[in-house]
Design a protein around this ligand. Structure first.
Ligand SMILES: [Zn+2]
Length: 61
């Protein structure tokens, strides 16, 4: 099963912070879900799940 991760969204694999790309401001913005900001751990060295070579055609190992 292959999960398609849109390149305009990223999630930290360490703390769960989730951002979406904001076209208007040209920056990442923290996602709000159910009225809660998914800002994760402010001291986390975020490990984004889209780091490195993003390749939607490559299936996960
Ligand atoms: Zn993090």
């Amino acid at each position: 099963m292959t999960t398609i991760v849109p390149p305009r969204e990223r999630e930290c694999e360490r703390c769960g912070r989730t951002d979406v790309w904001n076209d208007d401001s040209g920056t990442w913005a923290v996602v709000e879900r159910d009225g809660e900001r998914l800002s994760g751990d402010p001291f986390c060295l975020h490990e984004w799940d889209i780091n490195g070579a993003y390749n939607p055609l490559e299936e996960g190992a």
